[in-house]
Design a protein. Structure first.
Length: 348
């Protein structure tokens, strides 16, 4: 009878922008924005995830809509715990379910105290064992990279709050760089560009849609050498007249807006390789690197990194889900998982 109420192993990607939950044999069962809406007077949670994100920028004064993870770190632990609790309860239908094992992928900027606190939240929901795995390692496992081999492999996991770049070999992170300049900062750069270049004030959600739909790291050309232009309408407020305005934005606009952020990520990739031992650097030169995370899916980012570094670069097939998949799949071998969790990011 006990087995009837035993939940399946679970992998959680606790990301700055999105939280994903993977359940063994079911795959990704939840993918929602890391946002929570709270009524200020009663401190009651009104919504989490997508419903809460829809309130961003629209809520009245008595409702706080917050993203409890900022720049790769937990800025509001109580709200993070409440949000995570709500997400896990969405995936667990029976209150009697107990004794499930969980791997949580966390941003590399999270402190040991925060790791223990996240672990405690998950335990309170009935988990018997909780493992904390840093996101580059989880992403590499989810991208089907050989993290246990003697040959070094390299991954850049570009999420909402951080771009975590790591070189992995023998089940551990050999060297890494964490840049707090990723998806959220790219959205901010788009907002600033639209304000300065077009005198149009847009919100976060519009900036994100522009990034996803027409954002690019470098332009494509046709057979005659002309740049291929793509467009999208952006709606916002005209700064000069204060009235609503719709403007046609091009992918070239987005390339210019993204340039500084992408330069920082490429500099991080270069500095990570510079930290690597010569033999590992030789492996990377031969095998190249993999991009994961939502930011890794920016159009032509792989192409631009190849131009700047000379390395072959590919985008993981499951780039957006890689951390959650890796966290869940790592539970298939507990002994290896214990090694992965122990061999976290080394400081250089």
């Amino acid at each position: 009878m006990c087995s009837l109420f035993r939940a399946k192993d679970m992998g959680i990607d606790l990301g700055t922008a999105n939280t994903l939950i993977y359940v063994k044999d079911s795959g990704i069962v939840l993918s929602e924005p890391s946002v929570i809406a709270v009524e200020n007077r009663s401190n009651k949670t009104l919504a989490v995830g997508l419903k809460a994100k829809e309130m961003l920028g629209k809520a009245p004064q008595n409702i706080s809509v917050v993203r409890p993870l900022q720049d790769g770190v937990i800025s509001d632990f109580d709200r993070t715990a409440e949000m995570l609790r709500a997400f896990i309860e969405k995936t667990i239908t029976s209150k009697k379910i107990r004794n499930f094992r969980v791997v949580v992928g966390v941003p590399s900027g999270v402190t040991e105290v925060e790791k223990r606190a996240v672990s405690e939240v998950v335990r309170q929901l009935g988990a018997s064992e909780v493992f904390i795995l840093e996101e580059p390692m989880a992403a590499a496992i989810g991208a089907n990279m050989d993290v246990d081999g003697t040959t070094g492999c390299m991954i850049a996991d570009i999420g909402g709050g951080t771009a975590d770049i790591a070189i992995i070999a023998l089940g551990g992170i050999v060297c890494s760089t964490s840049i707090r300049h990723a998806g959220d900062k790219i959205n901010e750069a788009i907002i600033q560009y639209m304000r300065k270049r077009h005198a149009l004030l847009i919100g976060d959600r519009t900036a994100e849609q522009l990034k996803i739909n027409i954002g690019c790291a470098c332009m494509d050309e046709d057979e005659n050498g002309n740049e291929i232009i793509k467009t999208m309408n952006a709606r916002g407020r005209d700064i000069i007249h204060g009235l609503p305005k719709t403007l046609e934005v091009t992918n070239k606009d987005m390339m210019i807006a993204l340039q500084e952020s992408i330069d920082m990520i490429i500099d991080g990739i270069k500095s990570t390789i510079e930290k690597a031992p010569p033999e590992i650097a030789a492996d990377i030169a031969e095998r190249g690197m993999v991009l994961s995370g939502g930011g890794g899916m920016i159009y032509n980012l792989d192409k631009l990194i190849t131009q700047r570094t000379g390395m072959s670069v590919s985008v993981s097939e499951n780039a957006f889900e890689a951390v959650a998949l890796g966290a869940g799949q790592s539970l298939s071998d507990i002994e290896k998982l214990k090694v992965y969790a122990a061999n976290g990011r080394k400081s250089y």
